[in-house]
Design a protein around this ligand. Structure first.
Ligand SMILES: [Ca+2]
Ligand SMILES: [Ca+2]
Ligand SMILES: [Ca+2]
Length: 562
C-alpha cells in the first residue's frame, strides 16, 4: 500500500463535504451499488456437466488413441465416481433448462469457457488419480479452460441453429443474462508430453493460422527472440504445464481483446475472468478499457484464488481497471460458519468490509460458498439452507454452483465428483429437495427486492446462531428498508429489534401480518429453526440515528483509492 495512513481520513472528509452538498437539495441517496448487473443472482454451470441437450455434438469418437469422451478417474471408492472426459453437456442443455434456472430466481448464468480446446486427452503432466490435485495426465478440455483458438467455439457446445449468438439471444428471451468465463493468462498444457500432440501448447488466430507454439518445450527452453512462435509466451512457467501468456507482448493483449470483443458482440453480458492474479493489473486495465470502450459499463469479475483481501482488493480499483472479484475472503468464513453447526455468525462480520475496506465497492463482489476448483460445501441440508439464506440477503452478488440446489456431491473436490454430470433427471426431481425449495424462496425474494440486491447493508446483530441486519435502498422513487433476521439454530429464536428501527408499518416479505412500530418501538418476532424473515418498510428514511449511520456507510463504502 503506497498511501500514507493519514490519507483515507482526508479523502473521507472531502467525500463527506461532497455528499453533503449533493444531498441538501433533496432526499439523500442510500445505495450499495448502481451497477445494473448486481440485480442478478448467478447460476454457475460447468457446461459439459450440466445437461446433454444434443447427443449429435458429443464427438464420442474423437481423439483416436487419446480419446476424449467419458474417461472415469481411476481409484474411485465403491459407489463414487469422477470423470475427466467430455460427458456431452452443451448450449442446448442449458437453454432447455433456462426456465428451471430463471424460475429458481436467477437472472444470469455463468458458463465455463466456450472456446476451442484440444481434441485429444493430454498425455503429459502427472497422472490423475482419485482425489489428486494439479494433475492433468489423461484429462481433456471438457472444462474449456485449455483454449487453443479463442475466436472459435469448441465443437462440443453448439447445435444446429444454436451458435453462441443464437444461444445468448435465446437466453435473453428467457430472461437470463450470460456470463462468459474468459481466460487470458494461459492456453493449454504446453509441455511434458512424451510425444508432441496437436493443438496442445498452440494458439490459432481468427483465420485458423498458427500464431504461437510452445513445441512441447519446457518454458526455459523457449526462444522468443529468435522464434516468432515462442513470442506469445513467457520463458518461465506459471500454472502446472499450462502455457504462460506474455502480458508484456502487445500482440497478446490485441489477440484477447479481439477475441472477447467478438463474444461480447455476440451477446455475452458479463465476463468472469479466470486466474486474474496471474496477470498484472496493467494488463487488465488496458483490457477492461478496450472492452468497455465498445461496451460501456461491461461488468467483469475476476478469480483471484486468494483468501487475503490485502492481496486481491487492488484489482477492483479504477486505476487498475475496475474489475470486481469473486469474494474469496468471505467464502472462507461462509464455509467455516455453515459447515459447522456450532459456529458463530460473528465470524462473517469482519469479512464484509462495509467501510474503508480493500475493495472499490464491496457490494459488487460475487459471493459464493464453493465452485469447481475447491471442495463443494460440506454441509447438511440445513447448512445449505442457512448458507443460501445468508448469501441472498447479505451484500454482494450471489453465485450458486450447479447442483448445490440439491446438495449434489457435497464435500467433494475436483477429482472426487465435484464436477460430475448433473443431468435432466436430477433437475426434474430438484423440487423434492428442501434445499431447492428454500433456495427458490429466498432467491425469488431477492429478485423482487431492490434493497436485497443493491442496498446498503447495516449489521445490527451477529452472534451465535442469529444474525440481523438492514439493507437500505433509497434512490429516486424507490425507498425500501429491509430488515433481515437469520436463524441457523435448531430451535426457533426470538428477535427483539430496536436498534435504528424506524417507526412505521413493517410488512413480512413472505406473508403474514404487518407490525406497526411506534417511535422508539421494537419489532418482536420469532424466527423458526434454519429460517429467515425479511421485513419491509417502504418509506423515506427519517430516524436521525439511522440516517446518520447510513450516511457514514455511504461515505466510507469503498476503498479510499477508488
Ligand atoms: Ca452434447
Ligand atoms: Ca475442440
Ligand atoms: Ca502468468
Amino acid at each position: 500500500m503506497p498511501m500514507p495512513r493519514l490519507l483515507p481520513a482526508l479523502v473521507a472528509t472531502i467525500a463527506c463535504g461532497l455528499a453533503h452538498a449533493a444531498t441538501t437539495a433533496g432526499t439523500p441517496e442510500f445505495v450499495g451499488t448502481d451497477a445494473p448487473f448486481a440485480a442478478n443472482a448467478i447460476y454457475f454451470v460447468l457446461t459439459d456437466r450440466f445437461v446433454n441437450g444434443d447427443p449429435s455434438n458429443d464427438h464420442r469418437d474423437q481423439g483416436g488413441a487419446h480419446r476424449t469422451f467419458d474417461i472415469p478417474v481411476p481409484g474411485a471408492p465403491p459407489g463414487e465416481s469422477a470423470n475427466i472426459g467430455y460427458l456431452g453437456g452443451d448450449f442446448k442443455g442449458i437453454l432447455d433448462n433456462a426456465g428451471y434456472i430463471r424460475g429458481m430466481g436467477f437472472g444470469a448464468v455463468w458458463i465455463t469457457p466456450i472456446v476451442d480446446n484440444p481434441d485429444e486427452a493430454f498425455t503429459g503432466g502427472d497422472p490423475v488419480t482419485w482425489g489428486s490435485k494439479f494433475t492433468d495426465r489423461g484429462k481433456t478440455g471438457y472444462h474449456g479452460y485449455w483454449g487453443v483458438n479463442f475466436y472459435k467455439l469448441d465443437e462440443h457446445l453448439p447445435s444446429r441453429n444454436l451458435d453462441f449468438r443464437q444461444f445468448t439471444a435465446a437466453m435473453h428471451r428467457a430472461g437470463l443474462k450470460v456470463v462468459q468465463d474468459i481466460v487470458a493468462n494461459h492456453g493449454s498444457p504446453a509441455f511434458s508430453m512424451p510425444v508432441r500432440q496437436p493443438q496442445y501448447g498452440q494458439i490459432f488466430d481468427k483465420d485458423g493460422k498458427l500464431i504461437a507454439d510452445q513445441q512441447n518445450l519446457p518454458p526455459y527452453r523457449l526462444d522468443p527472440v529468435r522464434n516468432p512462435l515462442h513470442r506469445f509466451y513467457h520463458a518461465y512457467d506459471d500454472l502446472v504445464q499450462l502455457s504462460n501468456n506474455d502480458d508484456q507482448n502487445p500482440a497478446v493483449l490485441d489477440y484477447f481483446v479481439g477475441a472477447y470483443e467478438q463474444w461480447a458482440d455476440q451477446g455475452a453480458d458479463a465476463f468472469r475472468i479466470d486466474t486474474i492474479s496471474h496477470m498484472p493489473t496493467a494488463f487488465w486495465k488496458q483490457f477492461a478499457a478496450r472492452i468497455r470502450a465498445k461496451h460501456p459499463g461491461f461488468f467483469m469479475f475476476g478469480e483471484a484464488f486468494d483468501y487475503s483481501p490485502d492481496n486481491i482488493g487492488q484489482y477492483t480499483w479504477p486505476r487498475n481497471g475496475g474489475i470486481s472479484l469473486l469474494d474469496f475472503p468471505l467464502r472462507g468464513r461462509i464455509a467455516d460458519v455453515f459447515e459447522h453447526p456450532d459456529s458463530d455468525y460473528a465470524k462473517l462480520l469482519d469479512r464484509l468490509y462495509l467501510t474503508n475496506g480493500p475493495y472499490a465497492n464491496p457490494y459488487e463482489l460475487v459471493t459464493f460458498y464453493d465452485n469447481h476448483d475447491m471442495a463443494r460445501l460440506n454441509a447438511s441440508d440445513n447448512g445449505f439452507i442457512d448458507a443460501n439464506n445468508f448469501l441472498f440477503t447479505a451484500r454482494g452478488i450471489p453465485a450458486i454452483y450447479y447442483g448445490s440446489e440439491t446438495g449434489f456431491e457435497r464435500g467433494k473436490a475436483e477429482h472426487q465428483g465435484n464436477r460430475n454430470y448433473y443431468g435432466q433427471q436430477r433437475i426434474d426431481a430438484a423440487s423434492n429437495s428442501p434445499i431447492y425449495r428454500q433456495l427458490k424462496r429466498i432467491a425469488q425474494l431477492r429478485e423482487h427486492t431492490p434493497a436485497l440486491q443493491r442496498g446498503l447493508m447495516l449489521p445490527i446483530h451477529f452472534a451465535g446462531d442469529q444474525a440481523a441486519f438492514y439493507r437500505v435502498y433509497q434512490q429516486g422513487d424507490m425507498r425500501q428498508i429491509a430488515l433481515v433476521l437469520l436463524n441457523k439454530g435448531d430451535v426457533a429464536a426470538q428477535f427483539d429489534i430496536g436498534d435504528y428501527l424506524q417507526a412505521g408499518r413493517w410488512t413480512p416479505a413472505f406473508g403474514g401480518n404487518a407490525i406497526d412500530v411506534p417511535a422508539d418501538g421494537q419489532l418482536r418476532t420469532s424466527v423458526a429453526a434454519h429460517d429467515v424473515q425479511v421485513w419491509l418498510l417502504h418509506a423515506a428514511l427519517t430516524r436521525p440515528d439511522l440516517v446518520a449511520e447510513l450516511t457514514r456507510l455511504m461515505q466510507e463504502r469503498g476503498h479510499p483509492e477508488r
